[in-house]
Design a protein around this ligand. Structure first.
Ligand SMILES: [Zn+2]
Ligand SMILES: [Zn+2]
Length: 232
């Protein structure tokens, strides 16, 4: 039965609350249970690193900032959108008048590299404490409205670099029970967007907010909003 739960989680949920209707804005909450029956998991968040190009561009921009700080001790220069063909320029205010900017240089290319770095995704998975099955709870490259509706245009940085494992700060236990809360604008709205990507089969995957609460499997300590993310 359709309960508004995204497809990737469907086989692992125990419903906590079900909305009366899925057609309008709704919220749904469920706890996660492994197919082996266990509900305690090791939570792993994988992180990505900024690209080399983006790091370099940022360095160069910082160097420029330093240079302008030296040349204009009163800090009257600024980097801003020129309003002309999306170019980013460095201006200096003349005579303290913000409307009297003098053009210094064009930094559009640098700016674009530093800002339009591929998006850094959020990837959170749960590893069953008994059978070691890995369940992907959230991968923002695929889950949530933006990933769904803009799947052809979003460019993600896929260089996994570090793994961070959740551990209770109170008792040191590294297993948690998981509650996932999903908000959605509802089936009617999502289907009405009519771009052909969202349909009867997959609309649940285009949710717009996800919150993950944890409860330590050792001492019961609750961590509200371990992850709280808008996906639209
Ligand atoms: Zn298991
Ligand atoms: Zn604990």
């Amino acid at each position: 039965m359709d309960n508004g739960i995204p497809k990737h989680l469907k086989s692992y949920v125990v419903m906590v609350n079900e909305p009366k209707s899925l057609n309008d804005i709704f919220k749904v909450a469920a706890s996660i249970k492994c197919s082996c029956g266990v509900d305690a998991f090791n939570i792993v968040t994988e992180k990505w690193e900024q690209s080399h190009e983006s790091k370099e561009a940022e360095k160069q921009i910082n160097a420029l900032k330093e240079r302008y700080k030296k040349n204009f001790p009163s800090n009257r220069w600024r980097m801003m959108d020129s309003g002309y063909k999306g170019r980013w320029w460095i201006f200096v205010e003349e005579k303290g008048n913000i409307n009297n900017n003098k053009y210094l240089e064009d930094i559009t290319d640098l700016w674009n590299v530093s800002l339009k770095d591929p998006l850094i995704p959020t990837y959170l998975s749960a590893i069953c404490s008994k059978c070691s099955q890995q369940i992907v709870i959230l991968d923002t490259r695929y889950h949530g409205y933006d990933a769904f509706a803009w799947q052809d245009t979003l460019k993600f940085n896929n260089n996994f670099k570090t793994k961070q494992k959740q551990k209770c700060r109170t008792c040191g236990n590294n297993n948690s029970k998981i509650t996932v809360k999903i908000s959605s604008t509802g089936k009617d709205d999502l289907l009405a967007e009519g771009d052909g990507i969202i349909n009867e089969e997959n609309w649940q995957d285009a949710f717009d907010w996800i919150t993950i609460d944890l409860e330590c499997a050792g001492c019961g300590k609750i961590t509200k909003k371990y992850l709280d993310l808008e996906t639209a």
